[in-house]
Ligand binder design. Structure first.
Ligand code: NAP
Length: 242
C-alpha cells in the first residue's frame, strides 16, 4: 500500500503530512543535496535510486501502490526517471507541479531559456546582481568579473566563488519588505531567478517590482509528459482514489 513521494519541496512535505493524517503509508524520498533538510512526516529515504532502473526496482521491492513526483520543476533528471521507472515497474505516477510565475503590471521581466542565457543577458541589464537561481548552477556566472553578485543559497557552494561574489546563506519563505530592504542595502540593480513558482520565494519578485528593477527569469525545462496536478489537495485525492 506504500506511496512513494519524490520530494525536496514544500508541496512534497505537505502531501506527506496529509497522507500520514489519512493513515496512508508514505515514504518520502530526498536527493540528499541539502545538509539539514526540512524532513517530511512519515518514513524518509535519502539518496539517488540509480536512475530509472533503480527506481523501478525500489518500487517493485517495496510493493509501492503509486508514486507521486513532487520534485522541483527544475529537477529535470528525477522528473524523467520517475516517468520511465514508474512505467517499467507498472506503478501509476502523478506529478504535482506548482504553476509558474506570471508577470504583472509594473514587472520588467526578461525570460531566458537557461542559466547560460541569463548570464549572457546580465551585462546589458545591471551591475549589481541578486542571484537566486541556486548553488548548482552558479558556475554559469563565474566569468562575469565586471559584475558584483549577492548570491543566496541554502547551503554554501562546494567550490569557492570569485571575490566579486558575496554569499548569503538563507532558506525561505521570505517577505516583500525584507527582500526589498536586502536589495536596497546592497544597491542591487538586477535580479536573477528561475521560474520556480509558489509563494515561498515569490516575495523577491514583488520587491523588484516595487524598486523598479529588471528581473531575469529562467524558463522551466521540459519534462516528459505525465499526469499532472497543480495542488497538493488534488494529489491527495488521486492517491486516495487508488
Ligand atoms: P535532478 O538533477 O533532477 O536529479 C539528479 C539526480 O539526483 C537524480 O537523477 C536522482 O538520482 C537524484 N534525485 C533527485 N531528486 C531526488 C529525490 N527526490 N529522491 C531521490 N533521488 C533524487 O535534481 P536536482 O535539480 O539536483 O534536485 C535535487 C532535489 O532538490 C530534488 O528532489 C528537488 O525536488 C529538490 N530541489 C531542486 C531545486 C532545483 O532548482 N533544481 C530547487 C529546490 C529543491 P538517481 O538517478 O540516482 O535516482
Amino acid at each position: 500500500m506504500t506511496v512513494l513521494v519524490l520530494g525536496g519541496t514544500a508541496e512534497a512535505r505537505a502531501l506527506a503530512s496529509a497522507l500520514v493524517a489519512k493513515g496512508v503509508p508514505v515514504v518520502s524520498s530526498l536527493a540528499g543535496r541539502v545538509a539539514e533538510p526540512k524532513l517530511p512526516e512519515g518514513d524518509v529515504r535519502v539518496g539517488g535510486f540509480g536512475g530509472p532502473t533503480g527506481l523501478a526496482a525500489w518500487l517493485t521491492e517495496h510493493g509501492a501502490k503509486s508514486i507521486v513526483d513532487a520534485t522541483h520543476p527544475f529537477a529535470e533528471r528525477i522528473g524523467a526517471s520517475a516517468v520511465e521507472g514508474a512505467r517499467s515497474a507498472g506503478v501509476p505516477l502523478l506529478r504535482v507541479q506548482r504553476p509558474g510565475w506570471q508577470a504583472g503590471p509594473g514587472d520588467r521581466w526578461h525570460w531566458v531559456d537557461s542559466l547560460a542565457d541569463a548570464a549572457a543577458a546580465l551585462p546589458a541589464l545591471g551591475r549589481r546582481v541578486f542571484l537566486t537561481s541556486g548553488r548548482q548552477g552558479v558556475a554559469a556566472f563565474r566569468e562575469l568579473s565586471q559584475l558584483w553578485f549577492l548570491a543566496r543559497f541554502v547551503d554554501a557552494p562546494e567550490e569557492p566563488l570569485p571575490p566579486n561574489f558575496e554569499v548569503l546563506l538563507a532558506r525561505g519563505p521570505y517577505d516583500v519588505d525584507s527582500e526589498a530592504e536586502l536589495m536596497r542595502a546592497h544597491d542591487v540593480d538586477v535580479l536573477v531567478t528561475k521560474d520556480s513558482g509558489g509563494a515561498m520565494t515569490s516575495a523577491k519578485l514583488a520587491a523588484a517590482r516595487g524598486l523598479g528593477l529588471p528581473v531575469v527569469v529562467v524558463r522551466r525545462p521540459r519534462r516528459p509528459a505525465a499526469d499532472t496536478v497543480d495542488t497538493v489537495e488534488a494529489a491527495v485525492e488521486w492517491v486516495l482514489a487508488r
